[in-house]
Design a protein around this ligand. Structure first.
Ligand SMILES: O=C(O)C(=O)C[C@]1(C(=O)O)C=C[C@@H](O)C=C1
Length: 340
């Protein structure tokens, strides 16, 4: 509880990160305090959203889980995997979707020697790399010449969502991973060389003093979307008011579990999956992270349609009983309503 008396929800800061935008979509500031945290990973004790929720400093937290272009957010999966039992009380209580449109921000090139029409490499073609042998063409062009840019700051997820733009217009620029896109904008706003740029939201770009907009909509795909999880301790969360007010999407439900299977028992993983088929439950995602107990052993995550606590025909509990029988360890991370 904050001094304001309102419950606190924390998110990856500084303000104007996409996580902040996710929080604002669902948690009204009239009844919640929205508090930025430094990281979502385990490197910064008590400044991380998971720690703050587990140790009761905040009532809820919002963390990115996956992006439609670049896939899973491994920091969040690693915290949900909870290898050391640090986050034993944390549950997933809801989800939020945010349309992600990135900007390139920095300082305009003031050198008169450079041709204003020459955007970056001048050819408008992207360089094939090992990780992206057939890069797609970028959707947008920079507003100005980018030849002066020497450093590019952002969150690693954002780099992975802007491959075509980076490989076309920012070839050879040194990449710096930082804790969030808004942190990147903050760092670049303090640059005195004029040669640094950041990938961030438009909100962050407008909020930080002295930044020029160098390009907009630089993400590879128009439908670039990040899904966030609301974490708590079975915390009742506000509904996704934006969507509910527009009467979009009837509520459906999701459940997320994590589990390990005995490594030496052939067919154990198939048997867990078979439980979902037997009870006619639709799986919506499967992920894994190394268990770190032995090389190439994994903690699995399965998300599926259905709610453990609202299960009139017993299908969800039937499948969970199969897991109870077959898995070595398992954990119900949460069941929640979704509006989409
Ligand atoms: O850096 C931010 O602004 C965040 O909120 C983190 C994050 C992520 O980890 O996926 C969220 C949305 C975007 O996909 C890029 C970065």
């Amino acid at each position: 509880m904050a001094s304001s008396g309102k419950p606190v929800v924390s998110f990856l800061g500084p303000i104007a990160s996409y996580s902040h935008q996710a929080v604002r979509q669902v948690f009204p500031e009239s009844s919640w305090e929205l508090r930025p945290a430094a990281t979502i990973d385990g490197t910064s004790i008590r400044k991380n959203v998971f720690d703050q929720v587990q140790f009761g400093e905040v009532k809820a937290g919002v963390v990115p889980i996956e992006n439609s272009t670049n896939g899973s957010v491994v920091f969040t999966l690693d915290n949900l995997a909870d290898r050391n039992g640090r986050y034993k009380d944390i549950t997933v209580d809801g989800e939020i979707f945010v349309d992600v449109h990135h900007c390139l921000v920095g300082h305009k090139n003031l050198s008169p020697l450079l041709d204003i029409d020459d955007h970056g490499d001048g050819s408008g073609t992207c360089t094939p790399t090992l990780s992206d042998p057939r890069p797609s063409k970028p959707k947008s062009k920079p507003f100005t010449n980018l030849r002066h840019i020497k450093r590019l700051y952002s969150h690693p997820q954002a780099f992975g969502q802007c491959n075509a733009f980076i490989s076309t217009y920012l070839k050879g620029v040194e990449i710096f991973d930082v804790s969030s896109t808004s942190k990147a904008a903050e760092i670049v706003s303090q640059d005195t060389t004029g040669t640094w740029a950041a990938i961030s939201s438009e909100l962050a770009a407008n909020l930080m003093e002295g930044l020029d907009m160098l390009a907009k909509s630089i993400e590879d795909r128009d439908d670039n979307t990040t899904r966030f999880l609301i974490i708590g301790k079975n915390t009742p969360v506000p509904k996704d008011w934006g969507l509910v007010n527009q009467s979009v999407g009837k509520a459906s439900t999701r459940t997320l579990i994590s589990f390990t299977v005995p490594h030496t028992s052939p067919g154990a993983l198939a048997e867990v999956l078979g439980g979902f088929k037997a009870y006619d439950l639709n799986l919506t995602s499967i992920n894994s992270r190394p268990s770190l107990l032995a090389p190439f052993q994994y903690i699995f995550f399965i998300e599926f349609e259905g709610n453990k606590y609202d299960d009139p025909d017993g299908r969800v509990n039937g499948a969970l009983n199969t897991i109870e029988r077959v898995a070595e360890n398992w954990r119900l991370l949460g069941s929640w309503e979704r509006y989409r």
